[in-house]
Design a protein around this ligand. Sequence first.
Ligand code: ZN
Length: 108
Amino acid sequence: MRRTPFTPGERRALNAYQGVLRDRHRLKNVSRNWRRPRKKRCYSCHEVLSGYEFNRDITTKDGLTAWCKYCERERSRRRAEKARFYIALGEQAARERVEAIMRKRGEL
Ligand SMILES: [Zn+2]
């Protein structure tokens, strides 16, 4: 018996579901047999640290983040700082635009 070929839409759905099953299998394996590595080198500061100095990340092969806790903390702090800086910059630009309009109208 000849099977009717899958349409592109059906094939996409099948491939997506295959991916879901693969991910579920991988996550299950990680949580069941996972052992925290004793030592690991941080990809940011390049220091060899204890496995306890890395956060958990189930998407990586060894189950830990590439960067140590301290570097991750530093990065998120810098990101927040940058965001605050750009927000302030936007507020300043908006204020300058309003002031320019007021000046033009002779109201400042
Ligand atoms: Zn580090």
